[in-house]
Design a protein around this ligand. Sequence first.
Ligand code: S3P
Length: 435
Amino acid sequence: MKKETIQPAKHLTGGLDLPGDKSVSHRYAMLAALAEGTSELRRFSAAADCHSTLACVSALGAEVKTDKDTVRVTGGGLGGLKRSWRALDAGNSGTTMRLLSGILAGQQFSSKLTGDDSLQKRPMKRVIGPLREMGADIRARDDNFAPLEIRGAQLKAIDYRMPMASAQVKSAVLLAGLFADGVTSVTEPARTRDHTELALEEFGAAVEKDVRTIRIHGRGANGGGKLIAKSLDVPGDLSSAVFFIAAASLFPDSNVLIHNVGLNPTRTAILDVFASMGASIQILGLKSAHGEVVGDLAVKGASLKGGVIAGGQIPLLIDELPMLAALGPYTEEGVEIRDAAELRVKESDRIAALAENLQRMGASVEERPDGLKVQGRHAGKLRGAEIEPRGDHRIAMAFAVAGLAAEGNTVIRDADCAGVSFPTFFKELNRLAEH
Ligand code: S3P
Protein backbone atom coordinates (compact mmCIF):
# COMPACT_ATOMS: atom_id res chain seq x y z
CA MET A 1 0.00 0.00 0.00
CA LYS A 2 2.18 2.80 -1.29
CA LYS A 3 1.62 6.40 -0.22
CA GLU A 4 2.31 9.35 -2.53
CA THR A 5 3.02 12.82 -1.24
CA ILE A 6 1.81 15.74 -3.35
CA GLN A 7 3.54 19.07 -2.78
CA PRO A 8 2.00 22.39 -3.76
CA ALA A 9 2.94 23.27 -7.34
CA LYS A 10 3.55 26.58 -9.15
CA HIS A 11 2.40 25.37 -12.56
CA LEU A 12 2.45 22.43 -14.99
CA THR A 13 4.50 22.51 -18.19
CA GLY A 14 5.48 20.06 -20.90
CA GLY A 15 4.22 17.43 -23.29
CA LEU A 16 2.38 14.27 -22.33
CA ASP A 17 1.57 10.96 -24.01
CA LEU A 18 -1.25 9.05 -22.40
CA PRO A 19 -1.92 5.35 -22.11
CA GLY A 20 -4.36 4.01 -24.71
CA ASP A 21 -8.06 4.45 -23.99
CA LYS A 22 -9.36 1.92 -21.48
CA SER A 23 -12.86 1.52 -22.98
CA VAL A 24 -11.51 1.08 -26.51
CA SER A 25 -8.77 -1.35 -25.41
CA HIS A 26 -11.30 -3.67 -23.71
CA ARG A 27 -13.43 -3.80 -26.85
CA TYR A 28 -10.54 -4.35 -29.26
CA ALA A 29 -9.19 -7.18 -27.08
CA MET A 30 -12.56 -8.95 -26.88
CA LEU A 31 -13.39 -8.58 -30.56
CA ALA A 32 -9.87 -9.65 -31.59
CA ALA A 33 -10.42 -12.81 -29.53
CA LEU A 34 -13.59 -13.49 -31.55
CA ALA A 35 -12.05 -12.67 -34.94
CA GLU A 36 -10.33 -14.98 -37.37
CA GLY A 37 -6.57 -14.35 -37.47
CA THR A 38 -4.11 -12.17 -35.58
CA SER A 39 -5.02 -8.61 -34.66
CA GLU A 40 -2.32 -6.09 -33.80
CA LEU A 41 -3.51 -3.60 -31.17
CA ARG A 42 -1.04 -0.73 -30.87
CA ARG A 43 -0.85 1.59 -27.88
CA PHE A 44 -3.03 -0.85 -25.96
CA SER A 45 -3.94 0.50 -22.52
CA ALA A 46 -1.49 -0.13 -19.69
CA ALA A 47 -4.44 -0.15 -17.27
CA ALA A 48 -4.68 -3.15 -14.94
CA ASP A 49 -8.36 -3.39 -15.99
CA CYS A 50 -7.49 -4.00 -19.64
CA HIS A 51 -4.90 -6.57 -18.64
CA SER A 52 -7.68 -8.37 -16.74
CA THR A 53 -9.57 -8.54 -20.05
CA LEU A 54 -6.48 -9.92 -21.82
CA ALA A 55 -6.04 -12.58 -19.12
CA CYS A 56 -9.71 -13.59 -19.49
CA VAL A 57 -9.63 -13.92 -23.28
CA SER A 58 -6.38 -15.84 -23.00
CA ALA A 59 -7.99 -18.25 -20.48
CA LEU A 60 -10.78 -18.67 -23.06
CA GLY A 61 -8.31 -19.88 -25.68
CA ALA A 62 -7.25 -16.75 -27.60
CA GLU A 63 -3.50 -16.37 -28.03
CA VAL A 64 -2.25 -13.12 -26.49
CA LYS A 65 1.28 -11.78 -27.00
CA THR A 66 2.35 -8.50 -25.43
CA ASP A 67 5.34 -6.48 -26.57
CA LYS A 68 5.48 -3.17 -24.64
CA ASP A 69 2.21 -1.44 -25.57
CA THR A 70 1.53 -3.55 -28.66
CA VAL A 71 -0.70 -6.56 -28.08
CA ARG A 72 -1.23 -9.28 -30.66
CA VAL A 73 -4.36 -11.34 -30.16
CA THR A 74 -5.08 -14.42 -32.28
CA GLY A 75 -8.67 -15.57 -32.28
CA GLY A 76 -10.33 -18.62 -33.76
CA GLY A 77 -13.46 -16.84 -35.06
CA LEU A 78 -16.89 -16.55 -33.45
CA GLY A 79 -16.94 -20.27 -32.63
CA GLY A 80 -13.32 -20.38 -31.46
CA LEU A 81 -13.49 -19.79 -27.70
CA LYS A 82 -12.95 -22.71 -25.33
CA ARG A 83 -14.12 -23.41 -21.83
CA SER A 84 -11.85 -22.09 -19.08
CA TRP A 85 -11.57 -24.54 -16.21
CA ARG A 86 -10.49 -21.76 -13.90
CA ALA A 87 -12.83 -18.93 -12.89
CA LEU A 88 -12.31 -15.89 -15.11
CA ASP A 89 -11.03 -13.02 -12.97
CA ALA A 90 -12.15 -9.53 -14.01
CA GLY A 91 -10.19 -7.93 -11.13
CA ASN A 92 -11.53 -4.43 -10.49
CA SER A 93 -13.06 -4.05 -13.94
CA GLY A 94 -16.81 -3.64 -14.39
CA THR A 95 -16.36 -3.35 -18.15
CA THR A 96 -14.58 -6.72 -18.32
CA MET A 97 -17.28 -8.46 -16.30
CA ARG A 98 -20.31 -6.92 -18.01
CA LEU A 99 -19.08 -7.11 -21.61
CA LEU A 100 -17.64 -10.58 -21.23
CA SER A 101 -20.96 -11.77 -19.77
CA GLY A 102 -22.54 -10.95 -23.14
CA ILE A 103 -19.96 -13.01 -25.01
CA LEU A 104 -20.10 -15.94 -22.56
CA ALA A 105 -23.90 -16.05 -22.75
CA GLY A 106 -23.61 -17.17 -26.37
CA GLN A 107 -21.05 -19.96 -25.90
CA GLN A 108 -21.63 -23.72 -25.95
CA PHE A 109 -19.99 -24.04 -22.51
CA SER A 110 -20.32 -22.76 -18.95
CA SER A 111 -18.12 -20.13 -17.34
CA LYS A 112 -17.57 -18.63 -13.94
CA LEU A 113 -16.74 -14.91 -13.77
CA THR A 114 -15.43 -13.30 -10.61
CA GLY A 115 -13.62 -10.14 -9.49
CA ASP A 116 -12.11 -8.31 -6.53
CA ASP A 117 -14.05 -7.21 -3.42
CA SER A 118 -15.17 -3.95 -5.02
CA LEU A 119 -16.39 -5.63 -8.21
CA GLN A 120 -18.27 -8.27 -6.19
CA LYS A 121 -20.34 -5.44 -4.72
CA ARG A 122 -21.32 -3.87 -8.05
CA PRO A 123 -24.74 -4.59 -9.61
CA MET A 124 -24.82 -7.16 -12.41
CA LYS A 125 -28.59 -7.58 -12.66
CA ARG A 126 -28.57 -4.90 -15.36
CA VAL A 127 -26.81 -7.34 -17.73
CA ILE A 128 -28.24 -10.57 -16.31
CA GLY A 129 -31.81 -9.43 -17.14
CA PRO A 130 -31.45 -8.89 -20.91
CA LEU A 131 -29.06 -11.85 -21.35
CA ARG A 132 -31.65 -14.14 -19.72
CA GLU A 133 -34.26 -12.75 -22.12
CA MET A 134 -31.97 -13.89 -24.91
CA GLY A 135 -31.92 -17.40 -23.47
CA ALA A 136 -28.79 -17.56 -21.29
CA ASP A 137 -28.85 -19.32 -17.93
CA ILE A 138 -27.07 -17.08 -15.40
CA ARG A 139 -26.71 -17.55 -11.65
CA ALA A 140 -25.44 -14.81 -9.36
CA ARG A 141 -25.16 -14.17 -5.64
CA ASP A 142 -28.50 -12.60 -4.59
CA ASP A 143 -29.29 -12.70 -8.30
CA ASN A 144 -27.22 -9.53 -8.72
CA PHE A 145 -23.59 -9.92 -7.69
CA ALA A 146 -20.47 -11.77 -8.82
CA PRO A 147 -19.33 -14.50 -8.91
CA LEU A 148 -21.50 -15.15 -11.95
CA GLU A 149 -22.09 -18.60 -13.39
CA ILE A 150 -23.02 -18.33 -17.02
CA ARG A 151 -24.33 -21.37 -18.86
CA GLY A 152 -24.19 -20.41 -22.53
CA ALA A 153 -27.01 -21.26 -24.91
CA GLN A 154 -28.19 -20.75 -28.46
CA LEU A 155 -29.37 -17.18 -28.04
CA LYS A 156 -32.42 -15.63 -29.61
CA ALA A 157 -32.36 -12.08 -30.93
CA ILE A 158 -34.30 -9.51 -28.87
CA ASP A 159 -35.30 -5.86 -29.14
CA TYR A 160 -34.05 -4.40 -25.91
CA ARG A 161 -35.11 -1.02 -24.57
CA MET A 162 -32.52 -0.16 -21.97
CA PRO A 163 -34.02 1.22 -18.76
CA MET A 164 -30.75 3.07 -18.01
CA ALA A 165 -28.13 4.93 -20.02
CA SER A 166 -25.21 2.49 -19.74
CA ALA A 167 -22.64 1.74 -22.42
CA GLN A 168 -21.71 -1.46 -20.60
CA VAL A 169 -25.25 -2.83 -20.71
CA LYS A 170 -25.67 -1.82 -24.36
CA SER A 171 -22.38 -3.52 -25.18
CA ALA A 172 -23.19 -6.74 -23.32
CA VAL A 173 -26.42 -7.11 -25.34
CA LEU A 174 -24.74 -6.24 -28.67
CA LEU A 175 -21.91 -8.71 -28.03
CA ALA A 176 -24.43 -11.42 -27.15
CA GLY A 177 -26.25 -10.39 -30.33
CA LEU A 178 -23.24 -11.60 -32.34
CA PHE A 179 -24.23 -15.14 -31.32
CA ALA A 180 -27.99 -14.81 -31.67
CA ASP A 181 -30.20 -16.30 -34.36
CA GLY A 182 -31.36 -13.01 -35.90
CA VAL A 183 -31.06 -9.23 -35.59
CA THR A 184 -30.74 -7.91 -32.03
CA SER A 185 -31.52 -4.28 -31.33
CA VAL A 186 -30.74 -2.07 -28.35
CA THR A 187 -32.45 1.27 -27.83
CA GLU A 188 -30.82 3.63 -25.36
CA PRO A 189 -32.74 6.24 -23.37
CA ALA A 190 -29.85 8.71 -23.78
CA ARG A 191 -26.62 8.69 -25.71
CA THR A 192 -23.71 6.73 -24.24
CA ARG A 193 -20.19 6.04 -25.48
CA ASP A 194 -20.35 4.20 -28.81
CA HIS A 195 -16.96 2.43 -28.93
CA THR A 196 -18.58 -1.01 -29.15
CA GLU A 197 -20.59 -0.13 -32.25
CA LEU A 198 -17.54 1.44 -33.91
CA ALA A 199 -15.25 -1.47 -33.02
CA LEU A 200 -17.81 -4.05 -34.21
CA GLU A 201 -17.90 -2.28 -37.59
CA GLU A 202 -14.09 -2.22 -37.75
CA PHE A 203 -13.92 -5.97 -37.18
CA GLY A 204 -16.49 -6.54 -39.93
CA ALA A 205 -19.75 -7.13 -38.02
CA ALA A 206 -23.02 -6.03 -39.62
CA VAL A 207 -24.17 -3.11 -37.45
CA GLU A 208 -26.81 -0.47 -38.18
CA LYS A 209 -27.49 2.72 -36.24
CA ASP A 210 -30.66 4.74 -36.22
CA VAL A 211 -30.85 7.64 -33.72
CA ARG A 212 -30.91 5.80 -30.34
CA THR A 213 -31.24 2.25 -31.71
CA ILE A 214 -28.34 -0.01 -32.68
CA ARG A 215 -28.92 -3.30 -34.51
CA ILE A 216 -26.51 -6.17 -34.86
CA HIS A 217 -26.85 -9.15 -37.19
CA GLY A 218 -26.15 -12.37 -35.32
CA ARG A 219 -24.51 -15.54 -36.53
CA GLY A 220 -27.75 -16.90 -37.84
CA ALA A 221 -28.84 -13.66 -39.57
CA ASN A 222 -28.26 -12.35 -43.04
CA GLY A 223 -24.88 -10.56 -43.12
CA GLY A 224 -23.79 -11.82 -39.67
CA GLY A 225 -21.39 -14.56 -38.85
CA LYS A 226 -17.82 -13.44 -39.10
CA LEU A 227 -15.25 -11.08 -37.57
CA ILE A 228 -11.90 -10.49 -39.25
CA ALA A 229 -8.61 -9.65 -37.47
CA LYS A 230 -7.48 -6.01 -37.70
CA SER A 231 -4.46 -3.80 -37.05
CA LEU A 232 -5.62 -0.90 -34.91
CA ASP A 233 -4.21 2.06 -32.99
CA VAL A 234 -5.87 2.79 -29.67
CA PRO A 235 -6.39 6.54 -29.08
CA GLY A 236 -5.02 8.11 -25.88
CA ASP A 237 -7.44 8.02 -22.95
CA LEU A 238 -9.41 11.28 -22.59
CA SER A 239 -10.61 10.20 -19.13
CA SER A 240 -6.94 10.08 -18.05
CA ALA A 241 -6.17 13.37 -19.85
CA VAL A 242 -8.83 15.05 -17.72
CA PHE A 243 -6.63 14.91 -14.60
CA PHE A 244 -3.93 16.83 -16.44
CA ILE A 245 -6.39 19.29 -17.99
CA ALA A 246 -7.68 20.00 -14.49
CA ALA A 247 -4.17 20.24 -12.99
CA ALA A 248 -2.92 22.60 -15.71
CA SER A 249 -6.05 24.77 -15.41
CA LEU A 250 -5.32 25.44 -11.73
CA PHE A 251 -2.22 27.62 -12.38
CA PRO A 252 -2.07 30.74 -14.58
CA ASP A 253 1.42 29.88 -15.95
CA SER A 254 0.65 26.31 -16.99
CA ASN A 255 1.24 25.17 -20.54
CA VAL A 256 0.63 21.49 -21.31
CA LEU A 257 0.35 19.70 -24.64
CA ILE A 258 -1.38 16.30 -24.49
CA HIS A 259 -0.77 14.23 -27.62
CA ASN A 260 -3.08 11.89 -29.49
CA VAL A 261 -6.14 12.00 -27.27
CA GLY A 262 -9.31 10.10 -28.18
CA LEU A 263 -11.99 12.70 -28.95
CA ASN A 264 -14.96 10.51 -29.82
CA PRO A 265 -18.00 12.86 -29.58
CA THR A 266 -19.68 10.52 -27.08
CA ARG A 267 -16.77 11.21 -24.70
CA THR A 268 -16.07 14.93 -25.15
CA ALA A 269 -18.93 16.34 -23.04
CA ILE A 270 -16.26 16.92 -20.40
CA LEU A 271 -14.46 19.33 -22.74
CA ASP A 272 -17.71 21.28 -23.18
CA VAL A 273 -18.07 21.51 -19.40
CA PHE A 274 -14.47 22.69 -19.02
CA ALA A 275 -15.09 25.27 -21.77
CA SER A 276 -18.27 26.50 -20.07
CA MET A 277 -16.24 26.92 -16.86
CA GLY A 278 -13.70 29.09 -18.68
CA ALA A 279 -10.85 26.55 -19.12
CA SER A 280 -8.35 27.22 -21.90
CA ILE A 281 -8.21 24.08 -24.08
CA GLN A 282 -7.32 24.17 -27.74
CA ILE A 283 -7.87 21.13 -29.96
CA LEU A 284 -5.16 20.66 -32.59
CA GLY A 285 -4.71 18.29 -35.52
CA LEU A 286 -8.03 16.45 -35.43
CA LYS A 287 -8.02 13.24 -37.46
CA SER A 288 -10.03 10.06 -37.64
CA ALA A 289 -8.59 6.66 -36.76
CA HIS A 290 -10.58 3.43 -37.30
CA GLY A 291 -13.90 5.16 -36.67
CA GLU A 292 -12.55 6.98 -33.61
CA VAL A 293 -11.43 10.64 -33.56
CA VAL A 294 -8.05 11.76 -32.16
CA GLY A 295 -6.32 15.11 -31.66
CA ASP A 296 -3.87 16.98 -29.44
CA LEU A 297 -5.00 19.17 -26.56
CA ALA A 298 -3.14 22.35 -25.65
CA VAL A 299 -4.10 23.41 -22.14
CA LYS A 300 -3.24 26.67 -20.39
CA GLY A 301 -4.08 27.97 -16.94
CA ALA A 302 -7.44 29.66 -16.40
CA SER A 303 -9.75 30.99 -13.73
CA LEU A 304 -12.52 28.40 -13.47
CA LYS A 305 -16.12 29.49 -12.92
CA GLY A 306 -17.67 26.21 -11.75
CA GLY A 307 -21.31 25.35 -12.37
CA VAL A 308 -24.04 22.70 -12.23
CA ILE A 309 -23.69 19.31 -13.98
CA ALA A 310 -26.94 17.35 -14.26
CA GLY A 311 -29.44 15.40 -16.37
CA GLY A 312 -28.47 14.02 -19.78
CA GLN A 313 -24.89 15.27 -19.36
CA ILE A 314 -24.21 12.78 -16.58
CA PRO A 315 -23.85 9.49 -18.53
CA LEU A 316 -21.56 11.23 -21.02
CA LEU A 317 -19.05 12.29 -18.36
CA ILE A 318 -19.72 9.91 -15.49
CA ASP A 319 -16.02 8.98 -15.09
CA GLU A 320 -14.97 12.64 -15.03
CA LEU A 321 -17.26 13.67 -12.15
CA PRO A 322 -14.72 12.92 -9.38
CA MET A 323 -12.25 15.36 -10.93
CA LEU A 324 -14.92 18.03 -11.47
CA ALA A 325 -16.10 17.72 -7.86
CA ALA A 326 -12.55 17.92 -6.50
CA LEU A 327 -11.99 21.10 -8.54
CA GLY A 328 -15.05 22.69 -6.92
CA PRO A 329 -13.21 24.53 -4.10
CA TYR A 330 -10.93 26.19 -6.68
CA THR A 331 -13.82 27.61 -8.73
CA GLU A 332 -15.66 30.87 -8.40
CA GLU A 333 -19.19 29.47 -7.96
CA GLY A 334 -18.41 25.95 -6.76
CA VAL A 335 -19.51 22.72 -8.44
CA GLU A 336 -22.87 21.03 -8.03
CA ILE A 337 -23.54 17.52 -9.36
CA ARG A 338 -27.10 16.19 -9.62
CA ASP A 339 -28.82 13.09 -11.09
CA ALA A 340 -25.68 11.01 -10.57
CA ALA A 341 -26.75 8.32 -8.07
CA GLU A 342 -24.91 5.87 -10.36
CA LEU A 343 -21.68 7.25 -8.84
CA ARG A 344 -22.51 5.28 -5.69
CA VAL A 345 -22.02 1.95 -7.49
CA LYS A 346 -18.76 2.65 -9.27
CA GLU A 347 -15.35 1.32 -8.12
CA SER A 348 -16.28 2.90 -4.77
CA ASP A 349 -19.24 4.93 -3.54
CA ARG A 350 -17.78 7.96 -5.26
CA ILE A 351 -20.23 10.45 -3.76
CA ALA A 352 -19.28 9.39 -0.23
CA ALA A 353 -15.56 9.16 -1.08
CA LEU A 354 -15.58 12.66 -2.61
CA ALA A 355 -17.49 14.21 0.28
CA GLU A 356 -15.26 12.59 2.91
CA ASN A 357 -11.97 13.53 1.28
CA LEU A 358 -13.05 17.06 0.34
CA GLN A 359 -13.99 17.58 3.98
CA ARG A 360 -10.59 16.24 5.05
CA MET A 361 -9.07 19.05 2.97
CA GLY A 362 -11.33 21.63 4.61
CA ALA A 363 -13.86 22.09 1.79
CA SER A 364 -17.47 22.91 2.43
CA VAL A 365 -19.53 20.06 0.92
CA GLU A 366 -23.14 18.94 1.01
CA GLU A 367 -23.56 15.23 0.22
CA ARG A 368 -26.86 14.26 -1.43
CA PRO A 369 -28.32 10.90 -2.51
CA ASP A 370 -27.68 11.69 -6.19
CA GLY A 371 -24.68 13.98 -6.06
CA LEU A 372 -23.02 16.73 -4.09
CA LYS A 373 -22.64 20.46 -3.81
CA VAL A 374 -19.13 21.77 -3.28
CA GLN A 375 -18.64 25.42 -2.31
CA GLY A 376 -16.25 27.50 -4.38
CA ARG A 377 -13.22 29.67 -3.55
CA HIS A 378 -15.11 31.98 -1.19
CA ALA A 379 -15.39 29.11 1.34
CA GLY A 380 -11.60 29.16 1.87
CA LYS A 381 -8.45 27.54 0.56
CA LEU A 382 -7.98 23.78 0.69
CA ARG A 383 -5.42 22.38 3.14
CA GLY A 384 -3.23 19.40 2.42
CA ALA A 385 -4.55 16.27 4.17
CA GLU A 386 -4.28 12.51 4.18
CA ILE A 387 -6.60 11.13 1.48
CA GLU A 388 -8.33 7.74 1.67
CA PRO A 389 -9.19 6.79 -1.93
CA ARG A 390 -11.13 3.61 -0.92
CA GLY A 391 -9.19 1.63 -3.52
CA ASP A 392 -10.66 3.79 -6.30
CA HIS A 393 -8.23 4.98 -9.00
CA ARG A 394 -10.21 8.06 -9.99
CA ILE A 395 -10.58 9.25 -6.38
CA ALA A 396 -6.81 8.88 -5.84
CA MET A 397 -5.97 10.85 -8.99
CA ALA A 398 -8.60 13.56 -8.45
CA PHE A 399 -7.25 14.35 -4.97
CA ALA A 400 -3.63 14.26 -6.13
CA VAL A 401 -4.61 17.08 -8.52
CA ALA A 402 -6.56 18.94 -5.81
CA GLY A 403 -3.46 18.65 -3.59
CA LEU A 404 -1.30 20.54 -6.09
CA ALA A 405 -3.04 23.83 -5.29
CA ALA A 406 -3.67 23.24 -1.56
CA GLU A 407 -1.75 24.71 1.37
CA GLY A 408 0.78 22.15 2.59
CA ASN A 409 1.38 18.57 1.50
CA THR A 410 -1.32 16.06 0.59
CA VAL A 411 -0.73 12.36 1.15
CA ILE A 412 -2.60 9.85 -1.03
CA ARG A 413 -2.92 6.53 0.76
CA ASP A 414 -2.95 3.32 -1.29
CA ALA A 415 -1.79 5.35 -4.31
CA ASP A 416 -1.06 2.20 -6.33
CA CYS A 417 -4.78 1.93 -7.06
CA ALA A 418 -4.23 4.55 -9.82
CA GLY A 419 -2.80 1.63 -11.83
CA VAL A 420 -6.32 0.37 -12.45
CA SER A 421 -6.48 2.93 -15.28
CA PHE A 422 -3.20 4.91 -15.33
CA PRO A 423 -0.12 3.15 -13.92
CA THR A 424 2.28 6.04 -14.71
CA PHE A 425 0.01 8.80 -13.36
CA PHE A 426 2.16 9.90 -10.39
CA LYS A 427 5.36 9.74 -12.43
CA GLU A 428 3.85 11.97 -15.14
CA LEU A 429 2.34 14.36 -12.60
CA ASN A 430 5.75 14.77 -10.90
CA ARG A 431 7.40 15.30 -14.27
CA LEU A 432 5.04 18.09 -15.37
CA ALA A 433 4.50 19.87 -12.03
CA GLU A 434 7.05 22.52 -11.06
CA HIS A 435 7.25 23.36 -7.39
C1 S3P B 1 -17.66 2.18 -19.60
C2 S3P B 1 -18.92 2.68 -19.38
C3 S3P B 1 -19.27 3.46 -18.19
C4 S3P B 1 -18.03 3.97 -17.49
C5 S3P B 1 -16.97 2.92 -17.34
C6 S3P B 1 -16.55 2.43 -18.70
C7 S3P B 1 -17.44 1.40 -20.82
O1 S3P B 1 -20.02 2.65 -17.32
O2 S3P B 1 -18.35 4.51 -16.23
O3 S3P B 1 -15.84 3.43 -16.65
O4 S3P B 1 -16.25 1.18 -21.18
O5 S3P B 1 -18.42 0.98 -21.44
P1 S3P B 1 -21.62 2.45 -17.46
O6 S3P B 1 -21.88 1.85 -18.79
O7 S3P B 1 -22.01 1.51 -16.37
O8 S3P B 1 -22.20 3.81 -17.30
